[in-house]
Design a protein around this ligand. Sequence first.
Ligand SMILES: *Cc1c(COP(=O)(O)O)cnc(C)c1O
Length: 380
Amino acid sequence: MKRNFIPYGKQYIDEDDINEVIKVLKSDYLTTGPEIEKFEADFAKYVGSKYAVAISNGTAALHAACFATGINIGDEVITTPMTFAASANAILYCGGIPVFADINPLTYNIDPEKIREKITNRTKAIIPVHFTGQPCDMDEINNIAKEFNLTVIEDASHALGAIYKDRKIGAISDMSTFSFHPVKHITTGEGGMITTDRKDLYEKLILFRSHGITRNNDLLEKKNEESWYYEQCELGYNFRITDIQCALGRSQLRKIDMFVNRRIEIANIYNEAFDKIDWITIPYQDNNRLSSWHIYILKFDLNKLNMKRNDIFNILKTKGIGVNLHYIPVYLHPYYKKLGYERGLCPEAESLYEYIITIPLFPMMTDEDVERVIESVINL
Ligand SMILES: *Cc1c(COP(=O)(O)O)cnc(C)c1O
């Protein structure tokens, strides 16, 4: 008998979520209505930031943050290769140049010392990514940023609910970006958010989300015009999010503690089980930070096992375990190779990539599911 397939990630939607969406569908506004500001306020309160800007998806959030930073043709932005392509693509959208700094092989996160080595007089910003939900070395990164006058944009797509030295991710750097894709901590179907404490950045983000058009008298070139008057002062996009999505987002956010706690609970069960296996390295955890565990990654000692990574991947797939791979180092993709990036640029990231597999982790997993994943891995 073929057993149920356990995906690597999945949303959790309950009756409350459904009812909140229905309410919006029956209301006057499907978009540009009241749910958007309410979602932003709830989100800002949760992470502890002054402002939050809801946007159409996590990639648009990164794009908006690069725009607000002022990234332009030829500007260099330092990021990690161990991420989803969007973290680097956002730099390209603005005409900037992604500069990849290697990871720390222990934490899998961008190495602050490697960031330092990559700084030139064209460097404008750093985009650290809290890979798997494990916070980066934010004190070190922000110190470097201060020293060289750089903007820090945290790609926190994996890290809603994560904590760095008693502060929630989203309230630390110039800006932080989040994604609400269904595999992330909360979902709006598609959706994203940027958090910041800076009013100047907040105003640019709001402009960028909606065509660069404003009615804000402070920003208008012609002051005190008629009430219908507006100006386009930047080249923005239509990256708006709908009220339908924001109502779902607000309802999801009410469950965030449950979501994060269950993820931590499952990760702890995995850690305990896999730590005993001498051909597995479990993910690193730091004492003064809390991962929100977006994904769970195993590193295999292929020599000890005398197996190929692809064989492990296929065996687990056959057993109905939704394995995945996070990530192919960004610059190894053909598009980036065409831009001139070459293998060997970040040896630690390239090496890690050869040995890792992502196993299922999402709040709805039953203890039985978790046991089945452990059994399947241990008895390859
Ligand atoms: C999911 C994700 C994004 C993009 O988010 P979307 O909402 O899918 O556009 C960006 N960066 C990282 C690291 C992600 O995991």
